[in-house]
Design a protein around this ligand. Structure first.
Ligand code: ZN
Ligand code: ZN
Ligand code: FE
Length: 747
């Protein structure tokens, strides 16, 4: 019988695609077959309106699928009655694993319905939702290679699993109270407690206690977000004085404290279910959740267990990752008993193992869609299509020292890993090395080259260089800010001769051996040159300059001839010792870092002066202040066409401080300085170089006020800003991979 052979490519396995095709074909009266194979989904169909069928394949595709392509050709289709789901072809290997997805509305309705056999069951899932990557041990993605392997399906679950008309058809983690994982409560000594675990935990939380809760990608520490005392206790026990704490709440509860836009609400409720930073619109919650911040991080319950908790606990919960300071999140039950009993008054445990540690993702609504600040659960192992024109080679890129992440390229796609923390911590390094081996195996990756940062002392660089040596393949060194720029261009699929980049960042080693971080670059994937920069200043005290904002304020004020102002503002700091060290050139490398300039301004306003209790604190507090005084204009600067000198800004800040101008106005004008100085430099560069595209990247662009205003000022040009690839160093590996590919092409 004459028909068509239709190939569907993309994220189409493990998402209910075959049952969807089966139902569609049956509804349209087609005959033929559908199967999974190594390339995706393969369909043979005949006997009806095949054009309409092909259209529906993309238009009506299931929620978790991503259809990259539907390709078809005329073919003979074996004559048969009706449409069938055939056995997997080839090795049957699943080509892509999907990210974990938040509980779908159907499963949620089931666990809330007393008549359903899964009523109140914490591990309910289907092909539209549930755990995926966090339970996967190895490919192919079938039950035996997940942490669901020890749970043998009961007859009822098996029947659903085998029925193509059921939404649990081939849902690998399918389970029910008769055959699946269980939850229980434990006291802090590890004693298992009888009775309804969720009810007991809700009681604990109501009493103001702290509970360690095992989730999807790790343990959380939870407490009542309305209870200031509980929050103080949690902060004290964790040794985490100021860093914002994430919240979990029902949408009703979120909207009582914030006013999410439709975009923000969609992001919260999406299967990704990240932590979304939302502006506070009430003072009802304790300031201790996020001291001095304008936004709070909210997420909705994303597993049935979370729903069961929040159905009974009437209010928002703090849900912060359960870890020792600086270490990765705890995932094992014994590990939790060992490490978290000092923090938690009790545990909510379960017996499904976590195969992969995944933090909650952190995102914010940007001017052009969601902006990912921490790429994690729900987003990995998602892929990005490589921009046209780059060769289809296999590269592994190792990122930077902070917010480490690895990127693999293969088959025209880039797979950017989850964020694995800072490589100053031994356990994070272990996690990083494990992820490298693990991802190579998972994606059957055979690198032809390695890409690393220029900085020879980064753990990631050293690891990459030794990998290259062992494999006998080239190592390609990529300048830090060029990688940031390539990441922004690459996510947008930019192709062209030259683009302009505004890279506002913390620190990165430059091509000239100095420390960069506030640059105007011109170039593309293969190469870029620095044509503009923030006037360098000493990093007084090296690493200490990153932690202690006042150091940066003193050097900038001195540079502007305002030493007396520095003496006055920082009278209780060892200002003279700092100056002596700078003069002697001791531990004071020159740097054009924009991040340190943000710190300098923040310190002048009394924000995080002595020490930042977490990375980016000073800049975040400055943004929070600036948000209170929009439309305040920008402080002046000087430029010779290449170097941007902020001295006039510091003169104006000194005047405004003396003139009792409100701090929020000063903060807003300082932010305006960054917007005007760098956007205008990019505008001249675009004219001079005939470039119609500007890439915005670097950690400072996590500041949405900055991103929005710079984007507005560049109106008329194509702006490639951060999106699903982070602007911070979590996106570095992706940019490195693109640069390496472009250079391989050139060779
Ligand atoms: Zn579901
Ligand atoms: Zn069952
Ligand atoms: Fe960076």
């Amino acid at each position: 019988m004459r028909g068509r052979r239709i190939r569907v490519r993309g994220q189409v396995q493990g998402v209910g695609f075959r049952p969807f095709v089966w139902q569609l074909a049956t509804r349209m009266g087609l005959s033929g077959a559908v199967l999974n194979d190594a390339e995706g989904v393969l369909i043979h169909a005949a006997g009806g309106d095949l054009d309409a069928f092909e259209r529906a394949l993309s238009v009506e595709a299931p929620g978790l699928s991503v259809v990259d392509a539907v390709e078809s050709e005329a073919a003979d289709v074996a004559h048969q009655q009706g449409f069938v789901i055939a056995a997997s072809g080839g090795s049957g290997a699943e080509t892509r694993v999907t990210p974990d997805a938040a509980t779908c509305p159907d499963c949620l309705a089931e666990i809330r319905d007393p008549a359903e056999r899964r009523h109140g069951y914490a591990f309910t899932n289907c092909t539209h939702c549930g755990p995926r990557f966090t339970i996967l041990r190895e490919l192919p993605y079938d039950r035996a290679s997940t942490t669901m392997a020890p749970f043998e399906m009961c007859a009822a679950c098996r029947a659903e699993y085998d029925d193509p008309a059921d939404r649990r058809f081939h849902a690998q983690p399918v389970a029910c109270p008769d055959c699946g994982p269980r939850v229980w409560a434990e006291d802090r000594d590890g004693q298992k407690l009888d009775g309804d675990a969720v009810a007991r935990v809700v009681d604990w939380l109501t009493e103001g206690r702290i509970v360690a809760i095992k989730g999807l990608g790790g343990f959380h520490l939870a407490c009542d977000a309305r209870n200031a005392e509980a929050i103080t206790t949690l902060r004290k026990r964790k040794g985490r004085p100021g860093k914002p704490l994430a919240l979990m709440a029902t949408l009703d509860s979120v909207t009582a404290h914030a006013a999410p836009s439709p975009e923000e609400e969609a992001l919260l409720s999406s299967p990704v279910a990240p932590i979304v930073l939302l502006q506070r619109c009430s003072d009802a919650l304790p300031d201790g959740l996020a001291p001095g911040q304008a936004r709070l991080g909210w997420m909705l319950p994303y597993t049935p267990l979370h729903h069961l908790l929040l159905d009974r606990f009437d209010g928002p919960l703090v849900m912060t990752s359960g870890n020792l300071s600086g270490e990765p999140q705890v995932i094992g039950n014994d590990e939790a008993r060992q490490k978290l009993s000092a923090f938690a008054d009790g545990f909510l445990m379960h017996d499904r193992e976590i195969a992969r540690r995944l933090d909650d993702g952190v995102e914010i609504a940007g001017p052009a869609g969601p902006v990912v600040l921490r790429r994690a659960r729900g987003r990995v192992p998602g892929t990005f299509a490589l921009p046209d024109g780059l060769p289809d080679r296999q590269i592994v890129a190792f990122g930077g020292q902070l917010k480490s992440a690895i990127c693999l390229t293969k088959n025209g796609q880039a797979m950017l890993s989850h964020h694995m923390g800072d490589l100053d911590d031994a356990l994070s390094v272990e996690e990083f090395l494990k992820a490298d081996a693990d991802m190579a195996a998972l994606f059957d990756h055979r690198p032809e080259a390695v890409a690393v940062d220029l900085h020879p002392d980064f753990r990631a660089t050293r690891h990459g260089l030794s990998r290259a040596e062992n494999l006998g393949i080239p190592a390609i060194e990529v300048q830090h800010h060029h990688a940031h720029m390539a990441a922004a261009l690459g996510e947008a699929g930019w192709t062209g001769e030259a683009a302009v980049g505004i890279i506002l960042d913390g620190l990165g080693l430059g091509e000239d051996g100095t420390v960069w971080g506030g640059e105007i670059l011109v170039g593309g994937y293969g190469a870029a040159q620095r044509i503009g920069l923030l006037k360098p200043a000493p990093l007084a005290g090296g690493d200490r300059a990153q932690a202690e904002p006042w150091r940066n304020a003193v050097v900038r004020l001195d540079q502007a001839g305002l030493s007396e102002v520095a003496d006055r503002l920082f009278a209780d700091r060892p200002v003279d010792a700092l100056r002596a060290a700078v003069t002697a050139g001791f531990n004071a490398p020159m740097s054009s870092s924009a991040g340190r300039l943000f710190d300098a301004v923040a310190a002048c306003l009394g924000l995080a002066v002595e020490r930042q209790s977490y990375e980016g604190e000073a800049a975040m507090l400055l943004e929070a202040l600036a948000m209170l005084a929009p439309g305040s204009g920008g402080y002046p600067y000087e430029t010779d066409g290449a170097e941007i000198d902020p001295a006039p800004m510091f003169e104006a800040i000194a005047r405004d401080l003396a003139g009792d101008v409100e701090r929020e106005v000063i903060a807003a004008r300082a932010l305006g300085f960054f917007v005007e100085a760098f956007a205008d430099a990019a505008l001249s560069a675009s004219e001079a170089w005939g470039a119609d595209t500007v890439a915005l990247s670097g950690g400072c662009f996590q500041n949405m006020t900055l991103l929005r205003h710079v984007s507005e000022r560049l109106k008329g040009l194509r702006v490639c800003g951060p999106g699903l690839v982070p602007a911070n160093d979590g996106g570095l590996a992706f940019g490195q991979a693109l640069v390496a590919l472009a250079r391989m092409e050139a060779n």
